[in-house]
Ligand binder design. Sequence first.
Ligand code: SF4
Length: 342
Amino acid sequence: MFTPKRILFEKNAIDYSIGKHIYEYFSGNRNIEIINLSGNRIMDNIPGNTAAQTYKEGKSTLVVGIKKGLKFQSCKPSAHYQLPLLSGCIGLCQYCYLNTNLGDRPYMRVNVNIDDIFGQVDKYIKERLPAVTIFEGSATSDPVPVEPYSNHLKYSVEYFSNTANGRFRFVTKFTDIDTLLNIDHKNHTEIRFTLNTDKVINDFEKRTPSLKKRIEASIKLIQSGYPTGFLIAPVFIYDNWKEDYHNLLLMLEEKLPDKISHPISFEIISHRYTGRAKGIINEIFPDNSLPMNDEERLFKYGQFGYGKFVYPKNILAEISSFFQKELAEIFKNRNIDIKYII
Ligand code: SF4
């Protein structure tokens, strides 16, 4: 669970039940600075003289706010809309896409006006009837570390369980999922976990749970009957990568329960970066050791119009055949669905 160093309450946020609950939850803790904002100058209240310092302090800050505009961003190709309940993440993954998207807002933000947000969800679902509309809960955040006191995910799972045409999905590396157990989710929520080898977690994913802990949390959700999947991402090539990813898959298979209600999905994504991301990463993690030597990569234009540095074709082919073979062999007695290996 995320215990922030400071909490900034936007004006009137405390008047909402979630805002009040968060205030009461933390107000007795003398180690946490509570700041009531009169305006919207959030970054002025986060200390730091350099980009790296402000980023680090921002990652220890919780903002409790009110979502103003209620137009949701689209979320292709995995969902129809982003669900804007939260933004930011407490993790310090050096390669994180949020560094580029939310670099100037590194704090964790919880929006408290969930009735407004779900009123908008309802409108979007009605607009697309009779089709099903999917909402992504982690497009700009990892929502799990604040779940014990925000309860946003619990609320969302319950909300979507009561809609015939709305579906919810999110992905996480974190393990604070106990609020989601024992809910009659009606299979309307899909939860995916991002896994990686211990070496990648130790080198590049600071302040995130270990592989073992992520798998344990995923098993609890599988046992609660949720449609569940695994992203193995980003896949890095290093000495012994095959052995490490093999052991990861083996560990997962061994921990899976015998009876699983849904096929287990897999998405495998090799490491890639944009030129812009590389610049930002080097600024906020000056000591990072991410493999980002452009000469060792292939520059490729993606579907969103900007280029990325991906592994060269022969390595991508090796990653693909390795995971195809390993998944087929290790999970041969399991019902799995390999979505893609890229
Ligand atoms: Fe980014 Fe995910 Fe790591 Fe959070 S856990 S820092 S969202 S990659």
